[in-house]
Design a binder for this molecule. Structure first.
Ligand code: GAL
Length: 482
């Protein structure tokens, strides 16, 4: 930005210098030539004018609705800005005494860490009762069919809570089916040390299949934790997190990459597994330290040209690394770029729109939520720039905590260019198996409800927006819109 300013200032000096010689009018006296500076200012004015026109807002039934003349009408409803006026953090003196005691009275915990304690007032708001579960067999009336309820228990077609945390989705073109893979955390939460991270033993990676993204059939555990062999990467007391699966059309294999660690998170590696079928079983191949570096939260991204990339938090989560996979997707080429340097980010979710690459990340605060950041890049290998907090609506606390969740994946919605589903985890560290899913509509090119914190509000990149909704569904005919 400093460079941009100095360029602008140099420009001003040059302009002042020129003006002394030429007429102050747009057409100079000599030959009626159009002044360059006038043309520049006219262009700037026009761009700003178009930008402000596109931000016209209307008020309907007390709800703020933005009008986007350039967006598909079927997705308008996804962009309603829903406020959450009744959601309030308890005042400090009403804070849960157990939570305050645990952290010591001198240290003031961040307001939203309140939710970490199961007995807090806020907990039941963020983790609604099982009676409010949603899903195909939830037993509620048909009016909730097809609706996503962020934070509610979500049941599969057998009526069991979905266990696919830190997950990602593969659309299998040949089967025209979505497969959702994620950590099965259906075990007892425990701590190895009193102040250590809450954890569950590795159970494995679950897989669910769906045609409509709402009704999910359990396909079983497609990669199992190891019960006997203590030296195995997947031995139950180790860590398997954030599995992601992509399909390699050259080898006709489904390839899974995941974060592999020991119980203390010092192994900091990635693991690779393969299968001939999307529903497994996957064969675990090996783990490695990518590019010789430690690696924790990670994700995969497959580009339109069939090249795939691994991105991961490196150097104790201080930086991020990105590098292409080999053609068979089983390893890494030697190429690696450092991105988001010294930004301390994790939980990456990458997607692409209109030739630009985007990524959502979280800050590093374990299971506790924090403020998301969107990043954009003209090329997958960077340079990546921060483009602000994508969260829109709800209220300030919800926006500063990514709606009390942490990113894991962004799924493009076929037929709706620029529309995606943002998938995140609302972790429950007191009972990890009861962690919830926060799925919300994400749009590129939509508008912010707070000033963009980059480029002084001047949009160099398209805005990435994740819209808060208590309940929402995919627009009618979302698969068929072309
Ligand atoms: C988070 C990370 C999760 C999990 C957790 C453990 O920072 O994103 O995937 O590792 O820490 O505390």
């Amino acid at each position: 930005m400093a460079r941009l300013f100095s360029e602008v200032n140099k420009g001003r000096v040059r302009m002042r210098h020129k003006r002394r010689k030429s007429s102050p009018f747009p057409f100079n006296n000599a030959g009626g030539r159009f002044s360059v500076s006038f043309a520049v200012w006219i262009s700037v004015f026009l761009v700003l004018f178009i930008y402000f026109i596109s931000q016209i807002t209307e008020k309907t039934d007390g709800k703020l609705i933005r009008v986007h003349p350039n967006h598909l009408s079927v997705t308008y409803e996804l962009e309603d800005i829903e406020e959450e006026p009744n959601f309030r953090l308890p005042p400090p003196h009403k804070r849960n005494p157990r939570a305050v005691k645990r952290r010591g009275s001198k240290k003031k915990p961040p307001a939203y860490s309140e939710f970490l304690d199961e007995s807090s007032e806020l907990h039941s708001v963020l983790f609604p009762d099982r009676r409010l579960a949603v899903g195909p067999n939830a037993g509620n009336d048909s009016s909730s069919t097809g609706y996503f309820y962020p934070g509610h228990v979500w049941l599969d077609t057998d009526g069991n809570p979905i266990q696919a945390h830190g997950g990602g989705i593969l659309f299998d073109d040949r089967r025209k089916t979505y497969y959702w893979y994620g950590e099965n955390k259906d075990g007892t939460t425990y701590h190895t040390q009193p102040k250590g991270t809450a954890r569950v033993d590795i159970i494995g990676v679950s897989c669910y299949s769906s045609k409509n993204l709402w009704s999910w059939k359990y396909e079983g555990i497609v990669l199992r934790g190891e019960q006997q062999n203590v030296t195995h990467d997947l031995y139950k007391t180790n860590v398997l997190e954030r599995p992601k699966v992509i399909y390699n059309s050259k080898t006709n294999q489904y390839v899974m990459w995941m974060h592999i660690d020991d119980g203390n998170y010092t192994k900091a590696s990635v693991g690779v597994a393969v299968s001939k079928s999307p529903t497994g079983p996957f064969t675990y191949l090996y783990s490695m330290r990518p590019h010789g570096s430690d690696s924790r939260d990670m994700t995969l991204f497959e580009d339109d040209d069939g090249r795939a990339y691994l991105m991961y938090s490196a150097r104790d989560n201080v930086d991020f690394h990105i590098g292409p996979l080999t053609e068979d997707y089983l390893g890494l080429t030697g190429v690696m770029k450092k991105i988001l340097v010294r930004q301390h980010r994790e939980a990456p979710a990458v997607f692409k729109h209109g030739g630009t690459y985007y990524m959502i990340t979280s800050g590093c605060s374990g299971w506790a939520p924090n403020r998301a950041m969107a990043h954009a890049a003209p090329s997958i290998m960077g340079p990546w720039e921060n483009v602000g907090n994508p969260c829109v609506g709800g209220n300030r606390v919800l926006r500063l905590t990514t709606f009390f969740s942490q990113s894991t994946f962004v799924l493009p919605l076929p037929g709706l260019p620029g529309s995606f589903i943002f998938m995140a985890d609302r972790w429950n560290p007191s009972n990890l198996r009861d962690s919830r899913y926060v799925w919300l509509p994400l749009k590129v090119g939509s508008l912010a409800d707070e000033p963009m914190d980059y480029s002084f509000g001047f949009p160099l990149w398209s805005r990435v927006s994740i819209f808060w909704h208590k309940r929402w569904r995919l627009p009618e005919g979302w698969k068929n819109v072309n």
